[in-house]
Design a protein. Structure first.
Lengths: 230, 267
């Protein structure tokens, strides 16, 4: 690492020949996509439930419960989930990591979707009901299209949170299952190796890609909202 | 009744999530803190927590978190202030925020290379004539890297507060003959205090519970509350003591949040 002689792609080649590492990358991606998908579904349902609650106090209570997992330190989330999974008899591994990623992504999705719901004019729903739409139709034809940008933003936030997470995963991953962050941690404790550098570069590029996609989604949002108001 | 039941069926997953993953874990942590390492019900963990060993650890953890928050604030406030003065402020802000999207592990790992014995910093020191120093695994490197990681989180709320500041107030202060320093001390800083408080909140609590950096960058020299929890849960398997520290961390968190609680006043 410290004796620079020239440029080479050897480390990337080595990276792609390391099947164990590739499996870990796949695991990480599968966990991120699945947890983002499921937490988006539950988060949207949650936002709809909070939207339905009319009493101010009850709403604030639910919102503060929602925010507990956002403000608590990762270590506490990880430790308490470890106790939870052990008590529930869930074996540590793929499912425990997936469940905890879903759990800490849900509040973020709720926070992304709820403002969209709040800014939706209630007259839209009344109009749809007047015109004879069933509750299901109101949901699929009026509410969901309106909050779609929020849903996408929530999905991407959940995805990046899951990809980024180290502390919670570190607690609930047992032996034999590992995600990228945990793997990098154990490699880095042994010292510097150029494999990780190559891997870091790829991860970095992937993150930038996600940020760009997220940026374009929010930009399009703004354009859309502007379009409606005009 | 049947109709109402099916109508509210969609609330079930979210309610289940709150019950299982928000309320249950907190209760479980509290429950476990009353058991000693053999699984007997006792208050021994709480007694242990108030022995000098743990109190010293808590104090040093607080001290490091305080230093990290202070340095982040010292860097972040002028940066945020300068940002609001630039032309393309949203772009600059985005550039400052981008590092916070990159995996924490990678940033820590990068510093292993930069601060290492043969790393860039030591090459530079060698060239200047100071000679190779031990930088990694010292308090300095731990605080430096932590501050680096937390700065974006500190800048964001302060930037928002400064950005919302009504410029006519500053003009008024200038008109009334206030010097630049007085304007800052009496007008700008008090009005952006909410941003500073929010920034301190998002830095101080995570700084108390850092555990990965203490191992990688500080080489186990620094033991924060987070490191202690991790140690008890994953190494010594003394879940009771780990839970007790976690309970105290939660209490500290709530205290800190109520102290720095942001009350929205109409300005």
């Amino acid at each position: 690492m410290y004796n620079f002689e020239g440029f080479t792609l050897d480390w990337y080649r080595e990276l792609f020949q390391d099947t164990r590492l590739l499996i870990i990358v796949l695991n990480t991606l599968v966990i991120a996509l699945l947890s983002a998908l499921i937490s988006t579904i539950i988060g949207v349902l949650g936002a709809l439930s909070i939207y339905q609650v009319k009493k101010r106090r009850a709403k604030n209570t639910i919102l503060s419960l929602n925010n507990v997992l956002i403000v608590s330190p990762d270590v506490i989330i990880g430790a308490s989930f470890l106790i939870l999974f052990t008590m529930a008899g869930i074996r540590l591994g793929f499912y425990s990591v997936l469940l905890s990623h879903i759990a800490f992504s849900i509040p973020i999705v709720v926070l992304m979707v709820l403002p969209k719901l709040m800014e939706m004019s209630p007259t839209l729903i009344d109009a749809a009901r007047d015109l004879g739409a069933s509750r299901w139709n109101v949901l699929t034809k009026v509410i969901l299209p309106f909050i779609t940008p929020g849903i996408f933003a929530g999905f991407f936030m959940a995805l990046t949170y899951s990809l980024d997470d180290f502390a919670v995963t570190f607690f609930v991953t047992g032996n034999g299952f590992s995600t990228l962050s945990v793997e990098i941690y154990s490699l880095a404790r042994r010292g510097i190796s150029l494999n990780i550098n190559a891997l870091s570069t790829l991860l970095f590029l992937f993150t930038i890609l996600l940020v760009v996609i997220y940026y374009f989604i929010t930009q399009r949002n703004k354009a859309q909202v502007g379009g409606i108001r005009k | 009744m049947e109709n109402k039941l099916t109508r509210n069926l969609y609330m079930v997953p979210y309610a289940l999530w709150i019950a299982l993953f928000v309320i249950a874990p907190i209760i479980l942590v509290l429950y476990y803190s009353f058991f000693d390492i053999e699984g007997n019900f006792s208050l021994i963990n709480y007694q242990n927590f108030f022995t000098p060993v743990y109190l010293k650890m808590t104090l040093s953890s607080f001290w490091y978190a305080f230093l990290i928050t202070l340095f982040s604030l010292l860097v972040a406030y002028p940066t945020a202030y300068l940002l609001t003065k630039t032309k393309h402020k949203q772009l600059w802000l985005l550039l400052i925020i981008v590092p916070s999207w990159i995996n924490l592990l990678l940033k820590a790992y990068a510093f292993l290379g930069i601060f290492g014995t043969y790393g860039v910093t030591n090459n530079f020191l060698e060239a200047v004539g100071i000679g190779t120093q031990q930088i990694l695994f010292t308090d300095f490197s731990f605080i430096f890297v932590s501050v680096y990681i937390f700065i974006p989180f500190m800048i964001l709320p302060i930037f928002n507060a400064l950005n919302e500041l009504n410029p006519t107030l500053i003009d008024a202060a200038n008109d009334l003959g206030a010097s630049r320093w007085t304007t800052f001390r009496r007008v700008i800083f008090p009005l952006t205090l909410d941003g500073v408080k929010a920034g301190c909140q998002v830095v101080f609590i995570p700084a108390l519970s850092l555990f990965m950096l203490t191992r990688l960058i500080a080489g186990n020299r620094v033991i924060t509350l987070g490191t202690a929890i991790e140690q008890h849960f994953l190494v010594t398997q003394d879940w009771g003591m780990g839970s007790t520290i976690a309970v105290f961390l939660i209490i500290i968190m709530f205290l800190f949040m109520t102290i720095t609680g942001t009350r929205k006043r109409g300005i």
